[in-house]
Design a protein around this ligand. Sequence first.
Ligand code: FAD
Length: 388
Amino acid sequence: MKAMIIGAGMGGMSAAIALRQIGFETEVYERVTENKPVGAAISVWSNGVKCLNYLGLEAKTAAIGGIVNSMSYVDGHTGETMCRFSMQPLIDEVGQRPYPIARAELQSMLMEAYGLADINFGMKMVSVTDGAEQATATFTDGSTATADVIIGADGAASITREYILGAPVTRRYAGYVNFNGLVEVDEEIGPATEWTTYVGDGKRVSVMPVADGRFYFFFDVVEPAGAPYEKESAREVLRSHFGGWAPGVQKLIDTLDPTTTNRVEILDLDPFHTWTKGRVAVLGDAAHNTTPDIGQGGCSAMEDAIALQWAFTDHPDDVHAALAAYQGARTERAGELVLRARKRCDVTHAKDPVTTADWYQGLRSEDGSGIIRGIVGNIMGGPLTPVV
Ligand SMILES: Cc1cc2nc3c(=O)[nH]c(=O)nc-3n(C[C@H](O)[C@H](O)[C@H](O)COP(=O)(O)OP(=O)(O)OC[C@H]3O[C@@H](n4cnc5c(N)ncnc54)[C@H](O)[C@@H]3O)c2cc1C
């Protein structure tokens, strides 16, 4: 059986490794010419880490993962700690520590595990078609490639999705912009092994550790889509949004490197449940594009890869049956995570200011159990985190 994977992001690479694990011949096509991920880091929650472990990457993942021993919420204006609690109960409950990981390192780990030389870089797919015996992808240079199955892991603006659904879809602006990057760990901003989040006025500022003494940071700012932004002006823009906030936030703004700070307008997509057409299927953001508010988009892409492997293990000689099983295993779970993230997004970013004020108030009496319950609820339900 030969599978072609379009897109060498974390979803596509996980799928390629997973299918190779069960003896598939695989080909990966990626439009960019080198590994240059957009964005600084992600939190790989325990369900995602379990997928990476399953792909044989347990030690490597632990080596590039940041250690988060505790979480805290801080009043953005006063700097007063609203709540602080240990992550240990979460780790004990789900049986795996989560790891924040720099994107470039996560991406390199996956690509190297598969084999960098085996990835066809600089190959942008322009169309895909299903056929009775084979599916075919066509690339910008006019060349074509065929396989028994094509997995479109071509990201949030997927053209594979357009082919499967028969029309383009419009994504929804979630109402906020995320600035993110990496800085050296600085205890004036937050403790070295803590995920610290400053909140106020529907905005938030967060730091969490990744490997090698660095913090992954992000700022969420509520503003209309398409607001003018001059490249490398992150410091001035953030000063205007967070003037008067706590000293830790000011230190972070002073420390960050504007030339490597990313600005991302956050979009998502209503869940949809048709992920396959004949021998073609979508995976990762192509199938479920979420806001990052519960940190599950990439984890969900990794879960897709494991589910895809299991579907082909159960239906080794029948692509159509395997893809139907894959779709059946995944659309509900992935769609639920998209909707949970949307709900969390609205509370965090003050879509209804009264609800957000209540949330802030609740954080002041939080012992961690309520927040951990919510995170465990997101983690459980994937292929390697079944709800029993
Ligand atoms: C600000 C932000 C923070 C986030 N934080 C988290 C987090 O903490 N935890 C988490 O789990 N997730 C997080 N996510 C989500 C996560 O980044 C995505 O879910 C994840 O990257 C999806 O992986 P993917 O492989 O499906 O898509 P992508 O990573 O987008 O990869 C798609 C690949 O396909 C390639 N491609 C696209 N079109 C073509 C084509 N036509 N031909 C060939 N190649 C093509 C692209 O170049 C790219 O390499 C966050 C997202 C954002 C925006």
